[in-house]
Design a binder for this molecule. Structure first.
Ligand code: MD3
Ligand code: FE
Length: 199
């Protein structure tokens, strides 16, 4: 990694522009089959980030809460995770397993993601791998419990982040994105992919 924040490994510039464009092309096909949606929080307010997934499981949220589901809210199974994305997992995860979910987050305008833990997966010994595409996003890493000091880093298009070991359960979020900082996405915005083992 080129940077480590509280055990979170950041591989800056891992993906060159052609690799980013290939992944984006694959993501576009996924979004046609599994349209983006704004998940409803249990409080009844939609999240500012739009989401969809690929893989055996996708992440959904509705009045009954957050959970992994084998189907999109439209009732269909999720598209497969493309090899362009699986290749990244193989390179950096150090895991013997295959990812079962590729969550796709789209940040447009003032979308952000508040500080949270990822703990809906059954196996915390497996890492989470994240891929940033498009506009820069200000990523914040905290602690194993809510509150306390935090560290931040701007994630650029092509950066890959690995959360494994003790870092797997740290609080983290995206405070904001920098509009116009990348020309990758038509219409601007930031896409983040997270690869996870769920079961
Ligand atoms: C640290 N996504 O989807 S990616 C998420 O950029 C999520 O969309 C953010 O947090 C985004 O849950 C941040 C980096 C990331 C992802 C998962 C983690 C950092 C993590 C899990 C544990 C610790
Ligand atoms: Fe997260």
């Amino acid at each position: 990694p080129t940077a480590v924040l509280r055990g979170v490994q950041v591989w800056q510039g891992l993906l060159d522009r052609p690799a980013q464009e290939k992944i984006l092309q694959d993501i576009r096909a996924i979004v046609v089959a599994a349209p983006l949606f704004s998940p409803m929080t249990p409080y009844g307010k939609p999240m500012s980030v739009q989401m969809t997934s690929a893989g055996r499981f996708g992440w959904v949220s509705d009045r009954s809460g957050y959970r992994y589901s084998e189907t999109h809210p439209n009732g269909k199974v999720w598209p497969a995770i493309p090899s362009s994305v699986l290749n990244i997992w193989e390179k950096v995860s150090g895991s013997d397993r295959v990812p079962e979910c590729c969550l796709i987050n789209l940040y447009r305008d003032a979308a952000r993601m508040g500080m949270h833990q990822d703990r809906d997966e059954a196996e915390f010994r497996e890492p989470v791998v994240s891929v940033s595409l498009g506009d820069e996003g200000l990523f914040r890493v905290g602690n194993l419990t809510r509150g306390g000091k935090t560290e931040s880093i701007w994630l650029n298009s092509g950066d890959v982040v690995v959360m494994g070991g003790d870092a797997r359960l740290v609080y983290h979020g995206i405070d904001k994105t920098r509009a116009g900082s990348s020309s990758l996405l038509n219409g601007g915005g930031r896409i983040n992919l997270t690869l996870r083992v769920v079961t």
